[in-house]
Design a protein around this ligand. Structure first.
Ligand SMILES: Nc1ncnc2c1ncn2[C@@H]1O[C@H](COP(=O)(O)OP(=O)(O)OP(=O)(O)O)[C@@H](O)[C@H]1O
Ligand SMILES: [Mg+2]
Length: 252
């Protein structure tokens, strides 16, 4: 088995006094899709936000434990969070393109880095839009506003925006739940393609989606990681009653 690219150890996260994650330890392997499932409020989004330090923006959050990426705890004071979020990009539930052209959406992160060379930017736009499986649909209208696209297209532009900064890990928080089934299917296929080059952590409410595209699955309940393992194994033969109840739709 390959070395984990990301290693979460004994992570507990509080919002004021409320414990949202309870001593979670889990390793993520490179070039895999790991699905994170569990009922509402079980801590899935909190875990994702802890992995690229999005929680730093919330003064009510306290955190213990560690998240190691490239062998270094990302919570060490040496970590530059702007650089970290380029390496560990995030896609949200609601497509959130900026009020700019498709082109400018994709190169946003590169412009912030100070890259101005048009050849470099053009190349990044094509590479990223191809990676997000939307190049053919938008290549002739890159200067059009991104908000004029359909929801599913917007979400793929958001994926492209993340790809442009050449991340290693992509965090996806229910990226298809606001989309129609056809658009959701396209995103799903895109994610499956992306795991050749990236490591993906996918929060999803869809058991079908988790079983179709993920290699491993973690089941969360009340902030605890109840069960973690190969997706096929977990869906065929869950080791905990809570996992079985959840994946068979008895609660959540
Ligand atoms: N910004 C916040 N302030 C206070 N409490 C929060 C905040 N975000 C989450 N929580 C609480 O932390 C717990 C875990 O929430 P989290 O959003 O991580 O769950 P989730 O599994 O992503 O749920 P959902 O499936 O509904 O998105 C919940 O009890 C939630 O109410
Ligand atoms: Mg959530």
């Amino acid at each position: 088995m390959s070395e984990p690219i990301l290693s979460v150890k004994d992570l507990s996260v509080y919002y004021k006094k409320k414990k949202a994650l309870d001593s979670v330890s889990v390793d993520f392997l490179p070039n895999e899709i790991t699905a994170l499932i569990g009922p509402s409020g079980s801590g899935k989004s909190t875990l994702l936000r802890s992995i690229n330090r999005m929680n730093d923006l919330n003064p009510e959050v306290t955190l213990t434990g560690s998240v190691s990426y490239n062998g270094q705890n990302i919570y060490s004071p040496r970590t530059d969070t702007v650089d970290l979020r380029k390496e560990i990009g995030m896609v949200f539930q609601q497509p959130n393109p900026f009020l700019m052209s498709i082109y400018e959406n994709v190169v946003y992160g590169l412009r912030i880095k100070g890259i101005k060379d048009k050849t470099v930017l053009d190349e990044a736009v094509e590479r990223s839009l191809r990676g997000a499986s939307i190049w053919d649909e938008v290549k002739d209208r890159l200067d059009d506003s991104a908000v004029g696209l359909s929801g599913g297209q917007q979400q793929r532009v958001c994926v492209a925006r993340v790809l442009a900064t050449s991340p290693k890990i992509i965090l996806l928080d229910e990226p298809t739940s606001a989309l129609d089934p056809i658009s959701a299917g396209k995103i799903e296929e895109t994610l499956f393609e992306l795991k050749k080059d990236y490591t993906l952590l996918l929060v999803t409410r869809s058991m079908q989606q988790a079983s179709r595209i993920s290699d491993r699955t973690g089941f969360f309940l009340d902030g605890k990681l109840i069960e973690f393992g190969q997706t096929k194994e977990m869906f065929l033969n869950p080791q905990h009653k809570e996992t079985e109840d959840y994946i068979t739709g008895k609660f959540g």
